[in-house]
Design a protein around this ligand. Structure first.
Ligand SMILES: O=C(O)CCC(=O)C(=O)O
Ligand SMILES: [Fe+2]
Length: 389
């Protein structure tokens, strides 16, 4: 079924066919991407803070932003950022590439299919991989690793993306430099760490880590298909890394589970990226920074006829980071946080354990069934659980 790429064997990166038109993938020759209209339905929207990152470099800016963020990262796990240093044109180009990539024939995309069994998520994840109600999921994913020596030559890109690889690299690196690293300094300020760069030093771009940039497509469905999917497009989950960045797109669907047990909808704020905290930053703070439970559900009816296209960036610490609570934070000391694993676990082990469950629904189902209490041991005594309605 899948044409997987073998790790460690350098793959010849495909170049444009010399006989073909070298301009065939120019942005102005690709199909246009326009955001679908927003819903008119009244939904129970989450109230989230918005950080203006242009304040970051100003005198006292970091402290102002940290104060604004403190409640959100401890209790909510979700917020927005704006003014992150990429132009609307650059963002639109990436939406265009996402749309064009998913429009490629299945056989073409299958050449880049992920290696599910090895829990290697870079490449294309096909739709229909997971059961959903009485049907199967309709979500496609394309993951691109960091642009560093560790990944060079390991993942071939289709000619469409290869033609724009410099822009994709610039986009990914900018998100890391302009959003991920500043946020990590704000977290350090909130945790009152003596070294503001403590977390930054565990997340440098050049050292090996499993950060990745993602195109995602939730394909539109017929009313019958939406009914059959049973309402839950993705199950409630926490992301496995440090933070996840989600570009604004207007199809409602993303929901957050609040402390009060209620799900609220995340709205599409113009010019923003939605950020959610994920498991690793929670492990590093013994649960003090909140890895938020979220899910994507069937959109409101007035949006059923549209595809939902996602651009995401997943930030993660270096693979050799040990996921124990940071020792020199007065905030964590006061809170008395404890390690979340029975024995020390590295990021590399954590990624493998969690991705094995995420990429292999049958393994996940079997292990949940064995536990029998709605939970599963991911690794070293740390358990994930199912989140129901
Ligand atoms: O598409 C979204 O809004 C969220 C996707 C998500 O939760 C994920 O990919 O982990
Ligand atoms: Fe997620």
């Amino acid at each position: 079924m899948s044409a997987t790429l073998t790790e460690n064997v350098p793959v010849q990166v495909s170049s444009l066919d010399s006989s073909s038109d070298p301009h065939q993938y120019d942005y102005d020759r690709l199909p246009t991407y326009t955001h679908p209209p927003e819903t008119n339905e009244k939904l129970n929207w989450a109230e989230l803070v918005t950080l203006d990152l242009s304040d970051y470099e100003r005198e006292g800016g970091k402290e102002r932003l940290a104060a604004q963020l403190e409640h959100a990262v401890h209790h909510v796990g979700f917020f927005y950022v704006k003014n992150y240093g990429l132009s609307p044109e650059e963002v639109d180009q990436q939406f265009k590439l996402a749309k064009s990539f998913f429009a490629l024939p299945v056989d073409e995309k299958a050449k880049y299919e992920v290696d599910y069994a090895s829990a290697d998520y870079n490449g294309w994840r096909r739709n229909g991989h997971r059961k959903e109600g009485s049907t199967r999921d309709n979500v496609e994913i394309y993951n691109i690793p960091k642009f560093t020596a560790d990944f060079e030559g390991k993942y071939a890109q289709p000619p469409l993306l290869q033609a724009h690889i410099k822009d994709i690299e610039h986009f990914s690196r900018t998100l890391h430099a302009n959003v991920v690293l500043p946020l990590l300094r704000l977290f350090a300020i909130i945790l009152r760490l003596p070294d503001e760069d403590f977390l930054v030093n565990q997340h440098t771009y050049e050292k090996k880590s499993e950060d990745h940039f993602r195109y995602m497509l939730y394909r539109k469905r017929t009313p019958e298909e939406w009914e059959a999917s049973g309402g839950g497009v993705s199950n409630g989950h926490t992301d496995l890394g440090t933070v996840t960045l989600l570009f604004r797109q207007p199809i409602a669907g993303l929901q957050i589970l609040g402390d009060d047990g209620n799900w609220t909808w995340v709205s599409a704020q113009p010019g923003t990226i939605t950020v959610n905290l994920a498991d690793t930053i929670s492990h590093l703070t013994g649960g003090w920074l909140k890895s938020s439970v979220h899910r994507v559900v069937t959109p409101p009816k007035d949006q059923w006829a549209y595809d939902r296209t996602g651009l995401l960036y997943f930030a993660r610490p270096h693979n050799d980071t040990v996921l124990n609570p940071i020792l020199d934070s007065p905030v964590l000391k006061e809170a008395g946080v404890k390690p979340r694993f029975e024995t020390p676990v590295t990021m590399e082990q954590w990624v493998k354990a969690k991705q094995t469950l995420q990429l292999n629904p049958e393994i996940s189902a079997k292990r949940y069934a064995e536990a029998g209490d709605g939970t599963v041991e991911v690794l070293a005594g740390f358990r994930d659980r199912k989140y129901k309605e």
